[in-house]
Design a protein around this ligand. Structure first.
Ligand SMILES: [Cu+2]
Length: 457
């Protein structure tokens, strides 16, 4: 794994939840840092006596524990990070250990865990361990369970990972700012014994849904935005910056998803049915499950989806809110479908250099135009597929199922060689542009049949 280890140097450290003596400070685990936006190979904890399949963090990575005195120890550093959202656009976020989201923490049920949290932010912070059963003083709510961790200080959280499941961590301090800036991370606790409600799987993916409001051309999220976010991310990446989720034919695949945005996301998989096998409350009872192709993940919820990858191909996997599968755009763009620009575009262009008529036939044209966009901005509908632009951004990705994909290989196998596919009918009649149905002709025909005012009245 590509981690850069640093020795702790010159940090001011004080006891918080547990007082840290100088001797204790010397014992803090080294800081592991990673800021590449690629998906790291899953990490198996070799010291662990339980045989488990590690999770693959989409466009992210897993923090390696240090085992000491019967504890798994971790060191999280809350700090400003530079995150590439997709090639061509970066954001100034806050995260942990060089990345947003922070690294995934992965433990076994019953593990005793110590997490040192160092604050390198300009304001106080804390970490709440969403979904865990733990001592009240470890729950991380500033003012309620602890004082904030001041800038430059380190606090120690210590608890037992009591139950297996899909969890996350995030600050419970100045939340609107700190979560809008990207502070979040995933947590997976594997069962210690075979569990009647937890299936063994061949692939186990995880990611967090995050939303940002970054003006085209800017790089810092607006932290006071309540609902009108314009970048919809999976692990702080947007399509086409997401790595595909790959699976061998007939493998059982689990995808764990947590929602830390301010709206719900109906997550939809093509070509397969899945079941929701767990929430942040733990595994669901098998008799409570039903098959779905879309499941809504509400704010603050986590869901684990499972399916058999029985159909070869490149299957779309995305949020079903269409504006969540787009990248940054101006919300003020007027709808121009049906507006005939011919005749006026030239005149406007004389007054507004670079003006172009668009939107008259829908928005797909915009993916083909070489439009000038601000620096540090990915086009709103983009991503090249084998048949041209995918016309998507944001929360859109591809599940790639292949019969020749070896186990434990996670690299992108490229595009699927299509078998039968929808194609142009060779005998299709040519329809001239002049005979295409325009919105205004539909309206005119309607009123020709049905006069707007009753002549008798
Ligand atoms: Cu969505």
């Amino acid at each position: 794994m590509n981690t850069r280890r640093q020795f702790l140097g010159g940090l001011a450290l004080t006891g918080g939840l547990a007082a840290l003596s100088h001797k204790a400070l010397a014992n803090i685990p080294d800081i592991q840092t990673r800021n590449e936006p690629t998906t790291a190979q899953p990490v198996v904890d070799e010291s662990c006596e339980v045989n488990y399949l590690p999770v693959t963090t989409l466009n992210g990575w897993t923090l390696e524990p240090r085992c000491r005195d019967g504890f798994k120890e971790y060191h999280l550093v809350a700090e400003p990070v530079l995150r590439e959202l997709a090639p061509g656009t970066v954001a100034h976020l806050w995260g942990y250990n060089g990345s947003s989201p922070g690294p995934t923490i992965e433990v076994i049920e019953g593990d005793r865990v110590r997490i040192y949290v160092t604050n390198r932010l300009p304001e106080h912070t804390s970490i709440h361990w969403h979904g865990q059963r733990l001592p009240n003083g470890m729950d991380g709510v500033v003012g309620l369970n602890q004082e904030g961790i001041p800038p430059g200080k380190t606090f120690l959280y210590e608890f037992e990972a009591k139950r297996p499941g899909t969890f996350m961590y995030h600050p419970h301090a100045d939340e609107m700012t700190q979560m809008a800036m990207g502070m979040m991370g995933f947590w997976v606790t594997h069962p210690r014994q075979p569990h009647p409600w937890i299936e063994e799987v061949d692939r186990d993916y995880c990611f967090l849904l995050g939303a940002y409001d970054i003006e085209p051309g800017a790089a810092v999220p607006k932290v006071n935005t309540m609902l009108e976010f314009n970048l919809w991310t999976w692990n702080s990446r947007i399509f086409p910056g997401l790595d595909p989720l790959v699976a061998g034919l007939n493998e059982r695949v689990r995808i764990r998803i947590g929602n830390l945005t301010m709206t719900n996301h109906p997550i939809h998989l093509h070509g397969h049915e899945f079941e929701v096998t767990g929430t942040d409350g733990g595994p669901t009872r098998p008799e409570s499950r039903w098959q779905e192709v879309t499941t809504d993940i509400a704010v603050g919820q986590m869901r684990q989806l499972e399916f058999i990858a029985s159909e070869e191909g490149d299957w779309a996997f995305h949020c079903h809110k269409s504006h969540h599968t787009m990248n940054a755009m101006g919300h003020a763009v007027p709808t121009l479908i049906g507006v005939d620009h011919r005749g006026i575009a030239g005149r406007i262009a004389r007054m507004v250099p670079g003006y172009m008529a668009m939107g008259e036939r829908g928005m797909a044209d915009m993916t083909e135009m070489e439009m000038a966009i601000p620096e540090n901005t990915v086009p709103m509908m983009t991503g090249e597929g084998p048949f041209g632009s995918v016309e998507m951004g944001g929360m859109f990705n591809v599940v790639k199922v292949r019969s020749d994909l070896p186990k434990a290989v996670y690299s992108d196998p490229g595009w699927y060689a299509q078998g039968p596919r929808a194609d142009l009918v060779s005998a299709s009649p040519k329809i001239e542009r002049s005979s295409q149905r325009s919105q205004s002709s539909v309206v005119n025909e309607y009123f020709a049949r049905k006069p707007m005012f009753n002549s008798k009245g």
